[in-house]
Write a protein that binds this ligand. Structure first.
Ligand code: UTP
Length: 300
């Protein structure tokens, strides 16, 4: 079977934000390195890209972000100490993150917004469609989303964004999509996008979450996009231009995600992610759940 569109192989992970919601933990440590149970949040994101077949990962980083590069590199000192001890289990854990994908890095310099971070990936990505995974958005590994988005992009071309239904009162925290249904129950055609609308202005309760498969035409638009809200170059503004004119970069579709997702840059969501994922773990879950039940019973 001939493929109508080039196969997507590159993932871009913007991780250059300041993480101010998580101060003081993020003063000298990138928020993406905060552990969710015993793995840094960013490792779940790279694992997700690899599971969707994207083995070329470009991380957009900035100042204070060195630990991100170290985490996905080999650590010979630790490896040789664990080899000498014969501790194969822990050795595998150390090696896991450096074997996941071919990693590349680019620095954003000034964090001038998500749109600007994506634009920093242009020389690496070239003229192919590519995926963007936000480094602080954790999709539960049991609820695959990115592979479905890649499939929809291969069917329709253009760009695909991830959407999630939220309480209408919370839509002002997200980018919001105007959309029409398609023959696929979980897919909509996006006709417009607006960044953080008030509930009265919002065209729907479909919020944009941190996964995208984008046509490279987005780079040309980002180069011409003026800073929007907060003086930042907004990715949503560029996507709105793609959605408004299919001739520029093809259609924009949305996959409506019904699974579990956590914003690990938000303290409450971060705690929820840890509790949920710890409960599901075979090694930790049984004891942790017993403790959690009695804690809730006694303290709440
Ligand atoms: P956030 O909106 O969560 O921004 O960015 P932030 O600055 O990291 O966090 P707070 O609000 O100050 O706590 C969403 C994603 O876009 C990346 C972030 O790293 C995060 O993965 N980002 C944001 C960049 O890479 N560069 C930017 O200029 C802004």
């Amino acid at each position: 079977m001939t493929q109508a569109h080039p196969r997507i192989s590159k993932a871009v992970i913007p991780a250059a934000g300041l993480g101010t919601r998580f101060l003081p933990a993020t003063k000298a440590t990138p928020k993406e390195m905060l552990p969710v149970v015993d793995k840094p949040a960013i490792q779940y994101v790279v694992e997700e890209a690899a599971a969707a077949g994207l083995s070329d990962v470009l991380m957009v980083t900035g100042r204070n972000k060195r630990p991100l590069e170290d985490h996905f590199d080999r650590n010979y000192e630790l490896e040789s100490a664990l080899t000498k001890k014969g501790d194969a289990g822990r050795l595998a854990k150390v090696q896991e993150s450096s074997d996941l994908a071919t990693m590349h890095y680019v620095r954003q310099g000034d964090p001038k917004g998500l749109g600007h971070a994506v634009l920093c990936a242009a020389p690496h990505v070239g003229e192919e469609p590519f995926a963007v995974l936000l480094g602080d958005d954790l999709i539960d590994p049991r609820d695959p989303l990115l592979s479905r988005m890649v499939e929809i992009q291969e069917q329709h071309g253009g760009s695909v964004i991830a959407l999630m239904e939220v309480d209408p009162e919370h839509i002002q925290m997200y980018g919001c999509a105007a959309a029409e249904p398609t023959a696929d129950g979980d897919v909509v055609k996006v006709t417009g996008l607006v960044e953080k609308p008030s509930p009265a202005e919002a065209p729907s309760n479909l919020a944009i979450i941190g996964r995208y498969v984008l046509d490279p035409a987005v780079f040309g638009i980002l180069r011409e996009t003026e800073p929007g809200r907060g003086g930042e170059i907004q990715l949503t503004d560029a996507l709105q231009k793609l959605a408004a004119d299919e001739k520029v970069g093809g259609p924009v579709h949305g996959v409506v995600f019904k699974g579990r997702r956590y914003d690990t840059g938000d303290r409450g969501d971060y705690l929820r992610a840890i509790v949920r994922l710890a409960c599901e773990r075979e090694d930790l879950g049984p004891d942790f759940k017993t403790w959690l039940r009695s804690y809730v019973h006694e303290e709440m």
